[in-house]
Write a protein that binds this ligand. Structure first.
Ligand SMILES: CC(C)(COP(=O)(O)OP(=O)(O)OC[C@H]1O[C@@H](n2cnc3c(N)ncnc32)[C@H](O)[C@@H]1OP(=O)(O)O)[C@@H](O)C(=O)NCCC(=O)NCCS
Length: 259
C-alpha cells in the first residue's frame, strides 16, 4: 500500500523560540528537511547546501516566524492514523517524518506595483523583510492601499520553495502542497474581503517536473529571468557564481464570495 502523506500547516513560531522545546524541534526539523532538499535537488533551488549549512537555527526561526509566510509540511502518516488529517497538528508534526514543504509568501503589493519585485536571484524571505511590505496591503484597481478591508482587490503572493522527498514523488504530494498553499491564499482573500489573488513562482527553465506540476494547477509562464546563483565550491570556502535561467510563472484566481 502506498504511504499516506498528509499536508499540515506549521504553526507560526514566536520571534525568538527561547527555550520552548516544541518551537526548537519544529525549527530543527524544518532546517534538516531544507538542507536535505538542497543536498538532494541542488539544481532546483537558488540557494545552496554549502551556504545554508553554515547558517544557525536563528535563520530558520526567522523564516518560520515571518508573519507574511505560511509554511506547509507533508508528513508521512503513521499506519495506525485513522483520524482525518488536521491542520496545526503539532503532535503529528513532532512525531511524523517530514517528506515535503512549501512556503507561501504574502500578501504583498502586486508585482506590477511594487518597485521591489521578488526575483529569482535572491532569498524571497529576505526580500520581503527588507522591503517591509505590509501584510495589510492589497491591490485595488491598480492602486496599492493599506486601508483594510477593501471591497474588492487582488492579493499578491509568491511561492518561495517547493520540495518533495524523492522516495514519495509522483504520488500527488507536490500537488497537495500547492493546493494547501493556494487554499490558504483563498482563505485570506475571504478574510480580507478581497475578490481574487495572484501567485507567482520562479522555476528553472530545465525543471520539467516542476513546470508541469505548476501548469497542471493553472500557472502559466509570463517571463524569463537570467540570474546568478551564489554558492560555495563543495569542500572549500571558495565562493563561485553559476548563471541560471528561470521562468516566472503566474496564476490568477478569482474567488467566489462566501456571502
Ligand atoms: C517538482 C516536485 C515538487 C513534484 O513533486 P511530486 O510530488 O512528484 O508531484 P506530483 O506527484 O504531485 O505530480 C503532479 C504533476 O506534476 C507533474 N510531474 C511531477 N513529476 C513529474 C516528472 N518527474 N516528470 C514530468 N511531470 C511530472 C505531472 O504533471 C504530475 O501530474 P500526473 O501525476 O497527473 O501526471 C518534485 O519532483 C521535487 O521536489 N523536485 C525537486 C525540487 C524542485 O524541483 N522543486 C521545485 C522548485 S521551483
Amino acid at each position: 500500500m502506498p504511504p499516506t502523506v498528509v499536508v499540515r500547516r506549521l504553526p507560526r513560531l514566536p520571534d525568538g523560540p527561547g527555550e520552548d522545546p516544541s518551537a526548537i524541534t519544529l525549527a530543527t526539523n524544518y532546517r534538516d528537511l531544507r538542507l536535505h532538499a538542497l543536498r538532494t535537488s541542488p539544481e532546483a533551488f537558488a540557494s545552496s547546501y554549502e551556504i545554508e549549512s553554515q547558517w544557525g537555527l536563528d535563520r530558520t526561526v526567522a523564516r518560520l516566524s515571518n508573519p507574511q509566510a505560511a509554511h506547509f509540511i507533508a508528513t508521512l502518516a503513521n499506519s495506525d492514523e485513522s483520524e482525518a488529517p488536521r491542520n496545526n497538528d503539532e503532535t503529528a508534526l513532532q512525531s511524523q517524518q517530514w517528506v515535503g514543504f512549501i512556503a507561501l509568501l504574502g500578501p504583498t503589493l502586486s508585482k506590477s506595483e511594487s518597485s521591489a519585485k521578488v526575483s529569482a536571484s535572491h532569498d524571497p524571505f529576505a526580500q520581503m523583510q527588507a522591503t517591509g511590505l505590509s501584510n495589510n496591503l492589497v491591490r485595488t484597481s491598480g492602486q496599492a492601499t493599506t486601508s483594510r478591508p477593501p471591497q474588492s482587490g487582488t492579493l499578491s503572493y509568491h511561492i518561495g520553495a517547493v520540495f518533495v522527498e524523492p522516495s514519495v514523488r509522483k504520488a500527488g504530494v507536490g500537488r497537495a502542497l500547492i493546493d494547501a498553499a493556494l487554499s490558504e491564499a483563498e482563505t485570506q482573500v475571504h478574510e480580507r474581503k478581497a475578490s481574487a489573488f495572484e501567485c507567482t513562482i520562479h522555476v528553472d527553465t530545465y525543471n520539467d517536473a516542476a513546470i508541469r506540476l505548476y501548469q497542471k494547477v493553472g500557472f502559466e509562464v509570463v517571463g524569463e529571468e537570467t540570474y546568478a546563483q551564489q554558492t560555495v565550491a563543495p569542500g572549500t570556502s571558495e565562493s563561485r557564481v553559476i548563471e541560471r535561467v528561470a521562468f516566472l510563472m503566474e496564476l490568477t484566481r478569482v474567488v467566489v464570495s462566501q456571502r
